[in-house]
Design a protein around this ligand. Structure first.
Ligand code: NZQ
Ligand code: ZN
Length: 381
């Protein structure tokens, strides 16, 4: 196991009827900004519960945060916060609303010129405190400090993270996920699955037994409850297990002491930036290609995944495991080829050129050059 340091300060409040706990978590006297997306929280009554919980506070709201949230939208919230002197943010929505809220919290306090610099490595020295009610199990954003923001102007989707952008608290009420459309349930399962793969499916065969076993436990849970969530969207136990497994997929614990890949995400972000695909759709296209092209490097871990999660052993176990992963994504309703989204060679060229212009070499061995990306995407036509 490699050396590591670890601290995760997020308070998780899990279960039915927990939204009211907001009132006990936000410091008394705070001026609060409620941030949310396109209105799903008004249809499923989450908004009403939040408003009730905020009754003892002076509060304002900012809506219209889009999936794959835009820097330009976030900056409108920054202006409102400055105008109203707001000092606590409450995100109510999926990963996009929460990521936007993380950016807004940092951008309000940014004193080194354009807050867009945060997306290019600008140091966050201060951020407003924030909490959240997460309504879509997928990103793990509720228990990590990362966020991904799109600059619409330049078609760039970029991530950042800081020890100052952990939520103070996250409320995980599985009942709020009953209203998810099948597409978003499927997306969430695929995203969480791939998060585990980015931290597990590497060349590394060190003795990180606990992390490997935990990673497999998370993925086994996703493979078990994911399809059930599509069949029985209001089954509490199914939704609860899905929600908690998604949080664990990216809360930092399985990353301790092991190398990490993240190439699938980086390539996927470019497909979203150029063509607007859902985050999970891009991952479902790219991951089977990465597994195929890098099967020598990742082979032992692919075999282990096959055996421990899909019950695959014997000859050509690697190829059958890759196929099992692809089939699992398809079973969650997420298509796995570029052509399923009407993308062709032009997309491959654009993504490859963008990555080349950044000089990025991806993957746990930094050997995924633009040429390798081209090979990966060509396999996924
Ligand atoms: O906007 P509203 O009306 O709320 O509707 C949303 C949105 O249309 C809807 N939705 C959310 N909860 C719902 C619901 N509809 C009905 N019932 C509910 N309970 O779902 C749609 C998608 O929401 P979004 O927040 O975009 O999805 P997700 O949570 O998958 O977030 C995706 C974003 O997170 C980033 C992605 O890149 C993408 O921008 N990621 C963030 C990460 C992180 N912070 O650690 C890691 C991930 O790898 C990922 O990159
Ligand atoms: Zn992801």
């Amino acid at each position: 196991m490699e050396n590591f340091s670890m601290a995760n300060p997020v308070k998780i409040i899990f279960g039915k009827d927990m939204i009211k706990e907001i009132a006990n978590e936000i410091p008394q006297g705070s001026k609060v900004l409620l941030t949310y997306g396109g209105g799903s929280i008004k249809k499923n009554e989450v908004y009403d519960q939040v408003v009730k919980a905020l009754s003892g506070f002076e509060w304002y709201e900012f809506s219209g945060i889009e999936p794959n949230p835009h820097y330009e939208t976030c900056m409108k919230a920054v202006a409102l916060i400055k105008e109203k002197d707001i000092d606590f943010l409450l995100s109510v929505g999926g990963g996009s609303v929460l990521d936007a809220t993380k950016f807004i919290a940092a951008a309000v306090c940014f004193d080194d010129g354009d807050p867009g610099k945060i997306l290019k490595g600008g140091k966050i020295k201060k951020a407003l405190p924030f909490g959240d009610v997460i309504t879509l199990p997928a990103t793990g954003s509720e228990m990590n400090n990362g966020a991904v923001i799109t600059r619409a102007e330049t078609q760039e989707k970029l991530s950042f993270g800081s020890s100052l952008t952990y939520p103070k608290f996250s409320i995980l009420d599985p009942t709020v996920t009953y209203s998810l459309p099948p597409r978003q349930t499927g997306n969430g399962v695929v995203d969480a699955f791939v998060h585990v793969m980015e931290q597990y499916l590497t060349y590394y065969e060190g003795d990180s037994l606990l992390q490997d076993n935990m990673a497999e436990a998370i993925v086994r849970t996703l493979v078990t409850v994911g399809p059930k969530a599509l069949e029985e969207p209001t089954n509490y136990d199914v939704r609860a297990n899905l929600m908690w497994a998604s949080t664990w997929a990216l809360n930092g614990w399985i990353a301790c002491g092991v190398p990490q890949d993240w190439a699938t995400h980086m390539i996927g972000h470019e497909l979203t930036a150029f063509y607007g695909l859902d985050h999970a759709q891009t991952l479902a296209i790219v991951l089977p290609g990465i597994m195929t092209v890098l099967k020598d490097q990742k082979g032992k871990k692919i075999k282990r995944l096959g055996k421990e999660v899909f019950g695959i052993e014997g000859d050509d176990a690697i190829d059958r495991t890759i196929k099992a992963v692809e089939n699992f994504f398809e079973s969650m309703g997420v298509k796995t080829h570029l052509s399923d989204y009407n993308l062709n060679d032009e997309a491959i060229t654009k993504v490859t050129e963008r990555l080349a212009s950044r000089g990025w070499k991806l993957g746990e061995c930094q050997n995924i050059t633009p040429d390798v990306v081209k090979e990966v995407l060509t396999l996924r036509k």
